[in-house]
Ligand binder design. Structure first.
Ligand SMILES: Nc1nc2c(ncn2[C@@H]2O[C@H](COP(=O)(O)OP(=O)(O)O)[C@@H](O)[C@H]2O)c(=O)[nH]1
Ligand SMILES: [Mg+2]
Length: 257
């Protein structure tokens, strides 16, 4: 790990809903790749007892923390809660990782290394060396389509604007307006990245192979997809027409890492 990153206080957060089969191994792998990191599990009262398992692990390891929410409130708000936790607890770097190993912890060192030059690092499926494994063609098309729309309308200088595997500089998150987000679910990723970009964050990408989950089931459903597409189109056209009312601190267009 480069010194600038090794000295940082790092919070790795994972949102969980029924991820009991994955959680213990996941946290072990986080610590195998980034031993100094604290871990935050944001659990929405998973019926399978993921939250309870997280509590048991936290009782044995002071690096592990758990945020319990009353019920399934959506991935977006779970990540937002974790971001606020990172801000309130004085972390330097905040990483979000899905709990189902689609975001493999092996990519953490490269993503963190990119933070030397960037304020947001994306674990990216759409740069050379990146990709998806195990997704049906329909899901691939949907993801590619969303990314084209976002790039054209929101002009975010990144290739993977919908993936959730990201590291953020917490001091930059403090300067980013994270209030009144429209998204609670999947479009959260695009909306937050857009706001980070407008707040002047330098965005970099590091390749990941996204592997579809092996354990448990996806929580994505048609209603959520339709809602997210609607929000992306609304935000995209607002941005395209210059009507988003966000302060624009964008400096240099692209700074990849
Ligand atoms: N806390 C919380 N986590 C969620 C919620 N929905 C999804 N997740 C978690 O978010 C991550 C991505 O969800 P997943 O179902 O794998 O979506 P997919 O990879 O897009 O099919 C996983 O770690 C889920 O457990 C939610 O409502 N609350
Ligand atoms: Mg998944």
């Amino acid at each position: 790990m480069p010194p600038a990153v090794a000295d940082s206080r790092i919070l790795i957060s994972t949102a969980t809903y029924n991820e009991r089969e994955n959680l213990a191994r996941l946290i072990q792998e986080f610590h195998a790749f980034v031993p100094t990191a604290d871990i935050l599990v944001v659990d929405d009262n998973s019926p399978d007892g993921t939250g309870q398992l997280a509590d048991e692990m936290a009782a044995k390891d002071p690096r592990i923390h758990v945020l319990h929410r009353k019920g399934k409130l959506g991935l977006g708000t779970a990540v937002l809660a974790a971001m606020n936790y990172a801000i309130e607890h004085g972390y330097d770097l905040f990483v979000n990782v899905d709990a189902d190993f689609s975001h493999h912890p092996r990519y953490l060192p490269a993503i963190l290394a990119g933070m030397q030059r960037n304020d947001v690092m994306i674990g990216s499926r759409y740069v050379p060396g990146g990709g998806t494994l195990g997704w049906p063609l329909s899901r691939k098309f949907m993801s590619a389509g969303v990314n084209v729309v976002v790039r054209l309308l929101m002009r975010i200088p990144a290739h993977d604007t919908s993936g959730g595997y990201r590291c953020y500089r917490v001091s930059k998150l403090r300067e980013t307006d994270l209030t009144n987000l429209l998204s609670h679910g999947y479009s959260f990723q695009e909306e937050v990245l857009y706001r980070c970009h407008r707040a002047g964050s330098r965005i970099g990408e590091s390749p990941i192979i996204f592997e579809d989950r092996r354990e448990g089931a996806s929580k994505v459903n048609l209603k959520e997809v339709a809602r997210s597409m609607g929000i992306i189109l609304l935000l995209g056209f607002q941005s395209f027409l210059g009507q988003d009312k966000l302060p624009d601190k964008t400096v240099s267009p692209v700074n990849r890492g």
